[in-house]
Design a protein around this ligand. Sequence first.
Ligand SMILES: [Zn+2]
Length: 183
Amino acid sequence: MGTPPDSFEDASTLAYRQWQQRLFDSLETDFSPYDPSEDVQNWLRAVHRDNGDLPVDHLAPLVLARRARIATAVTAAIRAAFMADGRRDLAVPVLLEPPSPELTMGRVQVGDQEIQGLDPQDIAVQAGDGFQTYVADVRALIWPVCRTHNNGAHPRIISATAVWQCPATGHVIGSIDPAARNR
Ligand SMILES: [Zn+2]
């Protein structure tokens, strides 16, 4: 027999840990419930507080909505930066596939890039990748470019922030979406 929890906080933390483990053990989740991102943990805890032990198929629409919301906002910010850099506007599609028996979690894509994970910085890197690939395919254009080294930049996580990095020396050109943390 275990020791009974001595406060409501402990009981809710224990219930959360058990739910987290169930999600982790499920073959249907496509993200880690142990993602160390504070944003992700705060979100998952709020979902659990408001809904209790949601099964994966009931959690899926919430995951899809979070990914879609962040991916749409980040893609709009990248598009604005693209135009601010003097490029002709290009609407890079954000695609949503709802959850189904074949695709339990549903799917969000920016161009051809699938959005994985739940953290805004991870989503910003994936959206940056999708945007960059779409621009290359549709416009035959490399963007963004490091003006110092004349190299195409790569989307990367550096110091827990989604940035465009120049492959020449690894220096950071700028945030992919300076507001990503608040999306
Ligand atoms: Zn450079």
